[in-house]
Design a binder for this molecule. Structure first.
Ligand code: ADP
Length: 483
């Protein structure tokens, strides 16, 4: 049930007050009213009665409508105010509306009053909504501004038709400018080695609606800084990109720390490799010596040592490979080879390391590829080892090939724990490891898939996966075939 409307009547004639109340009742308006005629009573009613609407006569012995109106506007209350009066000049009517009254009604045309009340109430509620919306917008704007400042972001807004740029102070500061320049002046500072990449990112943003890149800028003072940019492209009704709005941040420090970490891993793994190789060699010699002496239990012990040293050596090799890939130093030597025979030999060897059955299903017709055989073998090994590792409750793995549109496709399928949808995107990133399964823990550095994907991508191939949590995974890659 809606609450009755609270009407404050400023009226010195009890007969007129009664006439107004009677009319409103007759029109079916649910209301309660309070009649006052002095300033004090009016102020008290505003405070205690808290009206939803004020109907005011023009002038009372010690008080006037103009004064009454002024009081509520000073208090910034949003109460509709309607002047209900005997006679009034056009000028006075115009003035009182200008001062903020919602309407005026002559007492001899009181029949208009219900419609005037309803329209004034509607208008006030729209005004209130607008005001609230405006306050919310201002709040949001303020919050966004503070967040942008705190994150040290430089913002930009580019008109893609005219090329005009509007940017923030911080944006200029990052580029080393004291004041806003033409867009070309900023573009000219993109590091020559990153210019192609920068162009591609902008071209792509027109298609995808999103801009993202990290690149270097070469400032006028010859210093090099790394920046990261993100933006959104706005299109007009015809779908033409017209505006690019976004931000840049200076990520030089973060890049420097990342490089320090990569350098450290590179140096540490390099330093570890030599002693591990020596231990491996001595272990082998020791094993041969013990075999000759016939010390079977000792040979078994030393075989365990060899197994662990091999694992250690594999971890170090993965770290070294990853550092080479990150710094672009991975050397590839291409040869022509049969994918089928490579897989057959590899699976024969890997089958010796697991109790799970690895079955190989080869497509009809052998297929040759031109690639680095050892590296492709390394990529497939990583995929199969993962398939073994991440399927603790299943006993089969299927490796298959197919030839599609002049490409050789290789699939490695397992029936293990699978991968959650939200983790799929990051799975090929270096050091990424999905959340641990509650039942099992799996060892690893999070490099196997990164290495496999880099090997495949650097040889013109593609790598992807199909998987669902608890449903197993199928990792696939393709390489151009030369069959
Ligand atoms: P690592 O195996 O050393 O953790 P990888 O780069 O090979 O590193 O794999 C990264 C992550 O991807 C793994 O930690 C695991 O969470 C997930 N993953 C890889 N292969 C599979 C698979 N066949 N099934 C389920 N999860 C997998």
């Amino acid at each position: 049930m809606t609450k009755p409307l609270k009407i404050l009547l400023l009226e010195d004639s009890p007969a007129d007050a009664e006439m107004i109340q009677r009319l409103l009742k007759k029109e079916g308006l649910e209301f309660e009213s309070n009649v006052v005629m002095t300033k004090d009573a009016y102020l008290q009613a505003l405070d205690q009665f808290q009206p939803d609407l004020i109907l005011s006569d023009n002038s009372m012995p010690q008080f006037s409508a103009t004064e009454a109106l002024e009081i509520i506007r000073i208090q910034s209350t949003n109460i509709p105010f309607i002047l209900v009066t005997g006679t009034v000049s056009d000028e006075f009517a115009a003035n009182i509306i200008k001062s903020g009254a919602d309407d005026y009604i002559l007492k001899d045309r009181l029949i208009r009053l219900p419609a005037a009340i309803s329209s004034a109430l509607k208008q006030r509620s729209t005004d209130k909504e607008k005001q609230e919306m405006l306050e919310k917008l201002t709040d949001n704007e303020e919050r966004a501004r503070v967040a942008i400042e705190a994150a040290n972001m430089g913002t930009f807004d580019i008109d893609l038709i005219t090329g005009d740029l509007i940017c923030s102070e911080r944006y200029n500061e990052i580029f080393g400018f004291k004041k806003q320049k033409q867009r070309m002046d900023y573009v000219a500072l993109i590091h020559p080695d990153d210019a192609g990449f920068w162009n591609k990112a902008h071209e792509k943003s027109r298609r995808t609606g999103r801009l993202f890149y990290e690149c270097r800028i070469l400032k006028k003072d010859k210093t090099v800084r790394w920046i990261k940019a993100e933006g959104i492209v706005r299109k007009n009704e015809e779908g033409v990109p017209v505006r690019l709005i976004g931000y840049i941040i200076d990520i030089t420090e973060a890049k420097y720390l990342l490089k320090q970490k990569d350098d450290f891993i590179g140096i540490a793994s390099h330093e570890l490799k030599t002693p591990v190789t020596t231990i491996k060699a001595y272990t082998h010699i020791l094993q041969q010596m013990l075999l000759k002496r016939g010390g079977i239990p000792e040979v078994r012990l030393i075989a365990n040592v060899e197994k662990q040293v091999n694992k250690l050596s594999e971890l170090i090799n993965n770290l070294l490979d990853a550092t080479k890939m990150i710094s672009g130093q991975l050397q590839l030597s291409h040869v022509n080879f049969q994918m089928d025979s490579m897989l057959t030999e590899l699976i024969r060897d890997l089958q010796l390391t697991t109790n799970k059955k690895i079955s190989l299903q080869l497509a009809a017709g052998t297929c040759e590829v031109h690639a680095d055989r050892d590296r492709i073998e390394q990529a497939v090994t990583n995929l199969i080892n993962n398939a073994i590792k991440f399927s603790p409750d299943s006993d089969k793995i299927i490796v298959s090939t197919s030839i599609i549109d002049n490409e050789v496709h290789v699939d490695v399928e397992d029936f293990g724990i699978g991968i959650k949808q939200e983790n799929k995107e990051k799975i090929f990133e270096q050091y990424y490891r999905a959340d641990e399964d509650f039942k099992y823990t799996f060892p690893g550095l999070g490099l196997g898939l990164y290495i496999a994907s880099e090997i495949i991508k650097r040889q013109g191939g593609k790598i992807w996966l199909e998987s669902g949590e608890g449903k197993g995974s199928k990792f696939s890659f393709s390489l151009p075939s030369i069959c």
